[in-house]
Ligand binder design. Structure first.
Ligand code: UQ1
Length: 459
């Protein structure tokens, strides 16, 4: 099977400009120029192979190639563009545009690393090799898996079809293909039920599905149509947010905004011709609820990519790379590490978590290369700037114990304008200028410095 076939979502061609169609095609299906007389597959050797050029892969490729020198690191990444995904919620709310959130992959990958514009097709950790979509084999000394998650829209019957209806009323902030249509939906709807979902599996940025609901509420109020629209947030989780400290602050916001929250309710089908979303009670399989929507914001189920989950030696039963949660080293293969969303570590999956993991992975990979004991340990830090409208945000930060681990000397379980500006204007700069070039190790240093200003109550 062609490695790329899983990446082929139903694309709403009618809504996309020709150049966008072409660039998405180029991005998804890179063409290998093959001469008719000679087909020639290569074998490549490297000290470190980084699979994936997302936030974690990029940052680590920069750190490692800086230390190891030119030509020692290969990055395997098929996409032409690197997206700053934390901006997708703001695009959904019409606060930013899609063109603000991506750069050419060639510009963000480090110059000292070699970029192979192919996908990993087959992992063989017993022989230290990875086969690529272009038919090449890469042999490595050290492997870093940074693939992130794939979006499985097709797992919900009817959803892809609904998303591909021209000017339809189903949308999703999670994909660059669909994110721009979210704001169209917010503008278009004039009454009825706006339904927002959260699927029955771990996802990246677990705060985003409710952020877009808060933003929608604020938008409907701003334009004076909120009284005609009822908003429902249906989550498959038993809680509103995994960290009690913030969940306790978010429930009253939902209440104040008059957003109905149903927990343990999972979207299982979309009947777009009738505008009906079908939900199942996750505790009572077979107990179904049909809800009529005038707008549906759907979050797809997600999983590590199929190419990875096929390699049973590397992954746990759920398909995540089986690493030690502190050292981020593979449980069985000591020359394999993972960073970011595809790893088995039980932290929230955010770019901030990848940033905090980056110095640990770097130190521990270098320790293996130099034959020294591992010293780096990841505490599970993740943060989620919970945007709650057009000028407010609650910055949640916490660790493996789901205990708040906050950077700033203020009560962070409150909605603040300062945190909104940080999320909207400061974070993109920090990401492009510091994180991707490998200089940002998460806010631990800043937190320690600012801790002198914290009152005992907040320490
Ligand atoms: C962070 O480190 C990070 O990664 C670059 C983000 O993603 C873009 C974030 O949203 C946040 C909040 C952090 C944490 C940084 C600070 C200064 C609290």
């Amino acid at each position: 099977m062609n490695c790329y076939s899983r990446l082929a979502p139903t694309i709403r061609w009618s809504r996309l400009q020709h150049h966008t169609q072409q660039s998405i095609l180029n991005e998804r299906y890179p063409v290998r120029q093959i001469s008719s007389t000679q087909v020639h597959f290569d074998r490549h050797d490297c000290k470190v192979l980084v699979v994936g050029g997302g936030s974690g892969g990029c940052a680590l490729a920069a750190k490692l190639s800086n230390r190891l020198g030119k030509g020692q690191v290969i990055v395997l990444e098929p996409a032409e563009r690197h997206y700053y995904q934390p901006m997708f919620t703001l695009i959904g709310g019409g606060m930013k545009r899609l063109e603000h959130c991506h750069k050419p992959m060639a510009d963000v990958l480090p110059k000292k690393a070699k970029w192979m514009r192919e996908a990993a097709c087959e992992f063989d950790p017993d022989n230290n090799t990875v086969k690529t979509s272009g038919g090449n084999t890469i042999k490595y000394d050290m492997l870093l898996i940074a693939t992130g998650l794939q979006l499985n829209y097709e797992k919900i019957p009817g959803l892809e079809k609904a998303l591909s209806v021209p000017d339809g009323n189903v949308c999703s902030i999670y994909s660059p293909l669909y994110v721009e249509h979210v704001f169209d939906c917010l503008r278009k709807i004039s009454g009825g039920n706006a339904i927002f979902t959260f699927p029955h599996c771990p996802i990246k940025c677990a705060g985003a599905p409710q952020k877009i609901a808060y933003i929608a509420d604020h938008y409907f109020r701003k334009v004076g149509k909120r009284d005609d629209i009822s908003i429902t947030y249906n989550t498959a989780l038993p809680v509103l947010f995994g960290v009690k400290h913030y969940a306790d602050a978010l429930w009253p916001i939902m209440k104040k905004r008059n957003i109905t929250v149903n927990t343990c309710r999972n979207l299982i089908e979309v009947k777009h011709e009738q505008d009906i979303a079908v939900f199942e009670d996750v505790n009572k399989p077979g107990e179904l609820y049909e809800e009529k929507y005038s707008m549906l914001h759907a979050v797809p189920p997600m999983s590590p990519p199929d190419e990875l989950t096929r390699c049973k030696q590397l992954v746990n039963d759920d398909g995540y790379v089986d690493v030690d949660k502190f050292t981020l080293q593979h449980i069985k293969y000591k020359n394999v590490f993972a960073i970011g969303d595809s790893s088995s570590t039980p932290n929230s999956k955010t770019a901030a978590a990848a940033a905090a993991q980056s110095p640990v992975v770097f130190d521990n990979m270098m320790a293996v290369i130099e034959g020294k004991p591992l010293t780096g340990s990841y505490d599970g830090y993740a943060s989620c700037p919970l945007v709650t409208g057009y000028h407010t945000c609650m910055l949640a930060e916490f660790d493996y114990n789901l205990t708040p681990l906050e950077t700033f000397p203020v009560a962070q379980n409150k909605e603040r304008y300062s945190m909104f500006i940080m999320k909207k204007d400061f974070m993109p700069l920090l990401y492009w200028k510091l994180m991707l070039p490998g200089y940002w190790n998460g806010p631990a240093l800043m937190r320690n410095m600012l801790s002198v200003f914290k009152s005992k109550k907040h320490k």
